[in-house]
Design a protein around this ligand. Structure first.
Ligand code: SF4
Length: 535
């Protein structure tokens, strides 16, 4: 055990808390100045994937058609942030987020700030990406701002030079009738206590459009909480200007091939739980026929049916279904037996051994590069272009609508249920279609978020009482050999409680910062200086 290393880490924490408080004084900050610290490439990647998970939560809420800031929207976003292991971000968006800040909260502000700037680099490369990013960032910003107390908002306005002063009592008295009439959902007593600001009406056109403020002589009278319209406009301007700056700078950043590859593929990255190894259960192949009917999503059920009926499946299907089976808990030996029993109905055992066994060992990380391959996510499967005769890919996308309907009917769905699924299929929301199929086939009122066939299977098994719900929060898929060196330097057993994963990430960040400061050659080689991203 390295006691010296632990002591150094604790000392660094104290210093860092002080500096974090001055660097990141608020949960809500205008992203104006690019970060000035060096970031280790591992942390760079972690932050990028974490932010992507965050923005995808807001994206899903939008795709579901929930009205922003409605109770349903908040309930959904909060539940998804919790489910995706983003409790730190959730705390930033909670109305009781004021008070004395703990180290974890300050570290979250740092992560928020850094990760925003990192994603600018990934999302500045096309108009579509840029639009998506800006829209999601603004949703997150507004949600955070809505959680600020009146005192915090005043402080925020001062520190960011908004030059807006609240009305004095006398000024408020002059327009009080207008304020009573135009402030929706507040009692007179509450309105008396609210602060109001007088601003040119052109600064709050969205409030004017939705008749949510009192207008007089070209000025709008806006209460503290509706000030978000003004501050969001500034934030939007900052982000859009920063995106142009990032665009100009992107070629320099991408000179490093590792960064370039990561940034280019970021938007399509899978950010959910890693199903590479199944530790929770073992699934005997004798139960696959039954499981295919009860717990497999359409993409895997079709692969299974194809193998059973044709006794063969092409390479794409073998990869998709073979890795899925590994992820649900089919052992290598059982997997070999399953494929052998089917394939040898059409070929001799020697040919199977020569042509297929190596590939199965390979998927389990036992031959060749010895990489334990990760089961495919929905995003990867949906992108697959299946040729005629292939049975892999996402059927909601790869099959034409009449064929999907016929398949669903063959699998026992009623005409009404089929229409419910097809509603999403025809609009190109394949994962929502899959979620609806799950609800209908499990008689469930809760719509799961489907982003991985293995998560579909797991949810199904949990609902049927065959598996326990995992208490671990999902995190990005990590290549198995990548972080071993750095993780070994800290001691995970020091961390307890629900926020283990979050605290662990922070501990890792500190460890990396320490390595970076000490100028360890390897760490230095991997650094990217974000200060170079200037406007
Ligand atoms: S949405 Fe995902 S799990 Fe569902 S069928 Fe398509 S690829 Fe499979």
């Amino acid at each position: 055990m390295d006691f010296n290393l632990k002591k150094r880490a604790r000392h660094d924490v104290k210093v860092e808390v002080v500096s974090l408080e001055s660097k990141f004084p608020h949960n809500v900050m205008i992203y104006h100045f690019p970060p000035t610290e060096d970031v280790h490439i591992d942390e760079f990647e972690d932050l990028a994937l974490e932010r992507l998970r965050l923005l995808r939560v807001f994206d899903r809420a939008t795709t579901k058609g929930l009205r922003m800031m409605s109770d349903d929207w908040k309930e959904y976003v909060n539940a998804e942030l919790t489910r995706d292991g983003l409790r730190g971000y959730l705390r930033m968006c909670s109305s009781h987020s004021g008070g004395i800040k703990q180290e974890a909260d300050l570290q979250m502000r740092r992560r928020d700030y850094l990760s925003h700037f990192i994603l600018r680099l990934a999302y500045c490369r096309s108009e579509d990406l840029l639009r998506w990013f800006v829209a999601r960032e603004m949703e997150f910003f507004k949600y955070k701002f809505a959680a600020l107390s009146t005192a915090e908002i005043k402080q925020f306005l001062e520190e960011n030079s908004f030059h807006i002063q609240p009305l004095t009592e006398a000024q408020k008295d002059e327009v009080k009738d207008g304020l009573y009439e135009s402030t929706v959902g507040q009692s007179v007593a509450k309105i008396e206590l609210l602060e109001f600001y007088k601003v040119p009406f052109t600064q709050v056109l969205d409030l004017v459009r939705t008749r949510r403020c009192y207008l007089k002589a070209g000025y709008a009278y806006v209460n503290t909480h509706d000030l978000v319209s003004i501050v969001a406009a500034r934030q939007l301007e900052e982000i859009e200007r920063g995106m142009q700056a990032a665009k100009a700078f992107i070629n320099d950043v991408e000179a490093d091939e590792r960064i370039s590859r990561m940034l280019k593929s970021l938007h399509n990255s899978y950010t959910g739980k890693d199903y590479t190894v199944c530790k929770d259960a073992s699934v005997p192949i004798e139960s696959l026929d039954q499981l295919s009917k009860t717990s497999m999503p359409l993409c895997m059920r079709m692969c299974h049916d194809h193998i059973r009926s044709q006794h063969h499946i092409k390479h794409g299907g073998r990869m998709q279904y073979g890795l899925f089976l590994k992820g649900i808990g089919v052992s290598l030996e059982d997997s070999l037996r399953f494929w052998r029993e089917e394939f040898t109905k059409k070929m001799d055992v020697d040919k199977f051994a020569r042509s297929y066994e190596y590939n199965i060992h390979h998927n389990y990380g036992k031959k060749g590069s010895m990489v334990n391959y990760t089961p495919y996510s929905c995003m990867k499967i949906i992108k697959e272009m299946a040729a005629p005769g292939d049975c892999h890919g996402c059927p909601y996308k790869s099959l034409d609508p009449p064929t999907v309907k016929a398949k669903l009917a063959a699998y026992g769905l009623s005409p009404g249920a089929i229409e419910e699924v097809m509603f999403f299929v025809t609009r190109g929301h394949y994962q929502f279609a899959c979620g609806k199929y799950f609800m209908l086939t499990h008689n469930s009122n809760v719509e799961p978020t489907i982003n991985h066939p293995n998560s579909y299977f797991e949810e199904s098994q949990i609902l049927m009482g065959n598996r326990q719900k995992s208490t671990r929060t999902p995190g990005p898929v990590q290549p198995t050999n990548k972080r071993a060196g750095i993780r070994g330097a800290a001691n995970r057993s020091m961390l307890n409680g629900d926020d283990d994963d979050e605290l662990w990430r922070i501990a890792e960040s500190q460890e990396k910062a320490y390595l970076s400061q000490k100028g360890i050659a390897e760490a230095f080689d991997d650094d990217l200086d974000l200060t170079q991203i200037t406007e």
